[in-house]
Design a protein around this ligand. Structure first.
Ligand SMILES: Nc1ncnc2c1ncn2[C@@H]1O[C@H](COP(=O)(O)OP(=O)(O)OP(=O)(O)O)[C@@H](O)[C@H]1O
Length: 384
């Protein structure tokens, strides 16, 4: 846990505090987002945690220990630090960059090599391909991945991340965010994460701290800020399209129809054709016995077919995961012009189906602008 108590920073030669009397608690294993307009004090606040900036007054404790009482080297070893500009050393290879802190800690060669491979695999970069490259031989997204892995190299319990995905185009940014959240779900670091982007904040944050002119305006879960903005400033900051932002918060599994009607690859086509006619269905999902998702059949494909469904099933390559957010699902549906999108789990098994009508009703019905209350989503929609 990181505890900030009445933390204030006044830069020498200035009179207005850059950080003004902030109390904040970041629980163990959570991501706390610092957000606010340019100059509101986010970076200053973060840099006081690892003492890159001296604290003017107040106290910062990590696991109950005041950072000012800790040996500086020991403090920084326990805190990974990733920044937007990545800070990679241009004359060092990827592997050497990742190993900066472990080398200082005196790790042996084998342990360092293993760690480089492990971390590169974690961020989906093939070690054999990338570890001997120099930063100039990486794309912007790859360099940011390396910046983040470097911060994680010595497995610090605390990470400070200052717009770590800031310089990346929106599509790769989503990919990096998803990767990072997956890693975080396993590693459970305590993270302070600065961003300018409210979508990123809502997606990544367990808690969001909204700052203005050095002061903490509201601190709470993304849900809190979106649904119970404390004042007009917060409302304006989170924006008028709060209903849409809620798509960042809700997961596919919250809105999908679970356990949808399906047939099996070993079902006879004629029997399924009759069944679909009888139930007025023209489209049916197909799984293997054991529920591995295979694709779909429609009534025209089945008409006159003598074999089994598995012979003619049409694959559906665009799918979502139940724990992806609804915004990702909507974006896939719009990009590929799909009326429905199927949710499959990591093993490829069919878990549910989401249709565009359900999605739209989630956005439309769950927020009552006048009362400002969110309704409950209780059901997915019927698909077939
Ligand atoms: N070294 C410094 N000396 C004097 N003032 C500073 C210094 N660094 C930052 N400031 C001021 O402190 C305030 C907070 O700056 P800080 O960089 O923490 O804001 P920020 O929220 O991270 O901004 P941005 O989003 O633009 O990065 C600003 O008014 C800035 O001008």
């Amino acid at each position: 846990m990181i505890e900030l108590e009445r933390v204030t920073k006044i830069y020498p030669g200035t009179s207005m505090p850059a950080v003004d009397n902030i109390d904040l608690e970041v629980p163990q294993g959570e991501i706390c987002i610092l957000i606010g307009s340019s100059g509101c004090g986010k970076t200053t606040l973060m840099r006081m945690i690892n003492r890159l900036e001296p604290i003017t007054s107040g106290s910062i404790k990590i696991e109950g220990r005041n950072v000012m009482d800790m040996d500086l080297i020991e403090l920084r070893r326990g805190i990974g630090y990733a920044i937007q500009q990545t800070g990679l050393f241009p004359h060092m290879t990827v592997a050497e960059n990742i190993m900066v802190v472990p080398r200082l800690l005196g790790w042996d060669r084998k342990r360092m090599d293993d760690r480089v491979d492990e971390l590169l695999k974690l961020v989906n970069m093939e070690p054999a391909v990338y570890k001997n490259r120099y930063p100039r031989e990486l794309s912007g997204g790859q360099a940011q991945r390396i910046g983040v892995t470097r911060a994680m190299a010595a497995d610090p319990p605390v990470m400070l991340m200052d717009e770590p995905f800031g310089a990346i185009d929106p599509i790769n940014r989503e990919v990096l965010q998803d990767e990072f959240l997956k890693i975080q779900a396993k590693l459970k670091k305590t993270i302070v994460f600065v961003t300018h982007d409210i979508h990123e904040a809502v997606k990544m944050g367990d808690k969001i701290a909204l700052l203005d002119a050095g002061r903490l305006i509201q601190y709470g879960s993304p849900e809190d800020l979106l649904t119970r903005p404390k004042n007009q400033f917060v409302k304006d900051f989170v924006g008028a399209d709060r209903a849409l932002k809620r798509l960042d918060l809700l997961k596919v599994k919250d809105a999908m129809m679970k356990d949808p009607v399906r047939c099996s690859t070993d079902d006879p086509s004629e029997k399924i054709f009759e069944h679909m006619l009888a139930h007025d269905l023209n489209f049916l999902l197909v799984t293997e016995p054991g529920s591995m998702f295979k694709g779909y059949v429609n009534i025209d494909m089945l008409r006159g077919h003598k074999g089994i469904v598995g012979d003619i099933v049409h694959p559906m390559t665009i799918t979502v995961r139940p724990d992806q957010n609804l915004k990702d699902a909507l974006s896939k549906m719009l990009t590929y012009d799909l009326g429905i999108v199927v949710a499959v789990n990591e093993q490829g098994q069919l878990e549910g189906v989401l249709n565009s009508r359900t999605l739209i009703s989630v956005v439309g019905e769950t927020y009552d602008e006048t009362g400002g209350h969110w309704g409950k989503i209780t059901t997915g929609g019927r698909v077939i």
